[in-house]
Design a protein around this ligand. Structure first.
Ligand code: NAP
Length: 337
């Protein structure tokens, strides 16, 4: 039996939607489809915005169990975000075409969001709050259109998983930054912030300005050294952010990336970016209305790019960046290894 390439055969409600937009997915894996990949799940990497929201709301494990029980996927209804997972290949549908066929038992990480991945959980073993990861026993299914990656042999699995979670960020920055540009990275000390700072520097940015809310959070970025200057400011305080950026960059930047995991960072990025510049809103806490109306409200002619988590070859490119930057790799291994 063949399922739909994009997984609509697993949508329970509302009918007619794609799995990401669906309220509930069918996670009955006794149903076999020849173009699905079944994974024995060992670890969930929860999206940063989602983990922080759930931590604030109470028991993270209980919330995940309830979400997966009611929705058939880990789709946080408040933040709208998910994460990705790591596990072992359990079954490869015989109609799936692969360049290098995956064998049952091989270790894989998914490169598509948990918000569209049918998932069932037998239990949560423990919550690894430092890494925003959750050790579980469960199963998941990938569709024909879903990307995945083999785990690399030269990095701890938890490091690869953390890097894969934000794998779209650095390759997108690498293709948007031009030599000589002034670049702003909001949340430069976080996972995607560090990767984006390194990517901007390698792309030839003349000046990279980082913003963090505390000296502790900025420590990793200082150690990496990819930012020419790091200012301490609350990303939600647009005036403070733009004053810090204007002082550090000697004017507005050409390109800004939002890598924070909290809401209300849209205006700081917009105020700090010149007319004709570009902002890449990688953060899942970004709101379209705030960004669109905010830019209109100050008559700022900026191109605003939605943080598409996918770019061709993004997983390999992100691993290559970690391998090419020893300090970046060391920070990732210390934090997530
Ligand atoms: P992360 O490692 O938690 O980093 C976030 C950084 O932002 C931290 O250094 C944090 O500092 C800093 N920060 C938080 N609040 C701030 C504030 N008010 N002012 C300045 N800095 C602040 O997160 P991540 O994993 O890189 O993810 C970043 C964002 O990308 C999240 O919203 C995540 O959901 C999103 N994401 C997007 C995609 C996509 O496909 N577009 C994929 C994965 C993740 P503290 O350490 O002090 O909190």
């Amino acid at each position: 039996m063949l399922g739909d390439r994009y997984g609509t055969h697993r949508v329970i409600e509302p009918k007619g939607t794609l799995p990401q937009a669906a309220l509930r997915l069918d996670n009955d894996f006794t149903k076999h489809f020849d173009n699905e990949l079944v994974i024995d799940v060992e670890r969930l990497n929860i999206d940063s915005a989602s983990f922080v929201q759930m931590e604030g709301a109470g028991d993270v494990a209980a919330q995940i169990l309830e979400t997966v029980r009611t929705r058939g996927k880990q789709h946080n209804s408040v933040t709208g975000s998910g994460g990705m997972l790591l596990g072992r290949c359990a079954r490869v549908g015989r109609a799936l075409k692969m360049e290098r066929p995956l064998a049952p038992g091989e270790r894989v990480a998914t490169l598509v969001s948990l918000t569209l991945t049918p998932l069932s959980l037998d239990r949560i073993v423990s919550v690894d709050a430092a890494r925003h990861q959750v050790i579980v026993e469960g199963r998941a299914v990938l569709f024909e259109s879903s990307a995945w990656a083999r785990l690399p042999a030269d990095l701890p699995e938890t490091v690869a998983l953390s890097a894969f979670d934000v794998a779209g960020a650095a390759p997108q920055v690498a293709r948007m930054v031009r030599p000589g540009m002034k670049v702003l990275i909001l949340g430069c000390g976080g996972k995607s912030g560090l990767l984006c700072s390194a990517a901007a520097r390698r792309a030839g940015a003349a000046r990279v300005i980082g913003i963090e809310r505390s000296q502790e959070a900025a420590a990793g970025a200082r150690r990496l050294g990819a930012c020419h200057e790091i200012a301490i400011a609350d990303a939600a305080d647009a005036v403070a952010v733009s004053s810090a950026v204007l002082a550090a960059a000697g004017g507005e930047v050409d390109f800004a990336v939002s890598c924070v995991n909290v809401p209300d960072a849209e205006m700081g990025a917009i105020l700090s970016t010149r007319d004709g510049g570009t902002i890449y809103f990688f953060s899942m806490s970004t709101q379209f209305t705030k960004a669109a109306l905010g830019a209109e409200g100050i008559s700022r002619d900026v191109t605003m790019v939605v943080g598409n988590g996918y770019a061709p070859g993004h997983a390999e490119a992100t691993l290559a960046l970690l391998r090419a930057e020893p300090v970046l790799r060391a920070i990732f291994v210390e934090r997530f290894g």
